[in-house]
Structure formats: structure tokens, C-alpha cells
Design a protein around this ligand. Structure first.
Ligand code: FES
Length: 102
């Protein structure tokens, strides 16, 4: 059953950046774009790199290890339709940013 879990205070993720945060033993990559927060599985499917430490340009994150790129709004790999990083619903409440994990 899916549950909502507090991730952090929204102020911890400045606009145009990302951060790696572990919630419920799961490594997440949390990003803040112009219009919203987005949460992906934080472990790059290529070789396990830290997506949360990647560079965010618009809605595209570039993995710091070998440069794979993903759309943080969907998890879709930018070059391969076969690769889609898991993404999770996110919401902002009065006391923080929350993610819904399965
Ligand atoms: S580990 Fe992310 S591109 Fe290789």
C-alpha cells in the first residue's frame, strides 16, 4: 500500500536544483523546476550514479557519472524510449514536502 512520507522542507531545494534524500531506506532524487517539485528514484539505471547530484537544466537532469539525461517531470530517458526512471507523486503541505512511495 502506498503511503505519504515527509521528505524535507521545500526551502532545502532551491529553484533549479536537485538533492539526494533517503526516505524509508529508498534513495530519492528531489528536484525543483520553475513550476513544481519532482521526485525520481535517485539511483541512475546506467551504473548506479546519484541522480540527485546531477545538473538540472530546465526539466532535464544530467547524471554526474556518465551523462545520461532524464526528464525529471516524467522520468523518461532523453534518448531511449525503453528507459524510464521511476517517479513518485509529490505534494507540498504546511509542514513540508511529501512523497508517495509504494
Ligand atoms: S551512472 Fe548515470 S550515466 Fe552512468
Amino acid at each position: 500500500m502506498a503511503d505519504w512520507h515527509r521528505v524535507c522542507d521545500p526551502s532545502e531545494i532551491p529553484l533549479g536544483t536537485g538533492k539526494e534524500i533517503t526516505v524509508q531506506d529508498r534513495v530519492l532524487a528531489v528536484f525543483r523546476t520553475d513550476d513544481a517539485f519532482h521526485v525520481l528514484d535517485g539511483i541512475c539505471p546506467h551504473a548506479g550514479g546519484p541522480l540527485g547530484a546531477g545538473t538540472l537544466t530546465g526539466s532535464i537532469v544530467t547524471c554526474p557519472w556518465h551523462g545520461w539525461q532524464f526528464d525529471v517531470t516524467t522520468g523518461q530517458h532523453c534518448l531511449s524510449q525503453q528507459i524510464c526512471q521511476p517517479s513518485f507523486p509529490v505534494k507540498v503541505e504546511a509542514d513540508g514536502l511529501y512523497v508517495e512511495l509504494p
